[in-house]
Design a protein around this ligand. Sequence first.
Ligand SMILES: Nc1ncnc2c1ncn2[C@@H]1O[C@H](COP(=O)(O)OP(=O)(O)O)[C@@H](O)[C@H]1O
Ligand SMILES: [Mg+2]
Length: 157
Amino acid sequence: MVETGVKELRLPVEADTVEFGRRLGGLLRAGDLVLLSGPLGAGKTALTRGIAEGLGVAGRVSSPTFVIAREHRAAPGGRGVPLVHVDAYRLGGHLDELDDLDLDTELVDAAVVVEWGEGVAERLSDDHLLIRLTRLDDDVRVAELHPHGSWTTRELP
Ligand SMILES: Nc1ncnc2c1ncn2[C@@H]1O[C@H](COP(=O)(O)OP(=O)(O)O)[C@@H](O)[C@H]1O
Ligand SMILES: [Mg+2]
């Protein structure tokens, strides 16, 4: 797979990460796949919270302890695109469990965001946006955007 144009963003505080997510959520359409990678505490869930705000979906985004995927339905005043938020951490690389979630069906009508998705969820679609989050110190994060497929020609946040 050819990777083009990596964009890097510096996110000094959590509010910046949420705001970045909000901008991304404002660009997402049904069928979009976003993969988030980065260690525990990197800000994947914070970013997803922003994406949910940008999409204007219902419900609170959290790090689900017992749930692997949570659907946030489209809400009045939002963009009309539901969000499926997957936390693949507990899958521990068990790809068949990912298949059990039927994300390819969800991916038609919803935007799907997968935490810990790198190396696991790309097979759901060649068209995806990979965001790698790294932690520079207690607060500062850097987001690297890796567009794949049709994302290479789309507007990035
Ligand atoms: N710039 C930043 N961006 C995102 N989170 C930050 C930032 N600075 C500090 N934090 C803190 O880091 C933690 C990130 O947690 P979370 O989003 O749950 O990470 P992950 O889902 O990657 O494990 C939160 O406690 C948040 O307050
Ligand atoms: Mg998380």
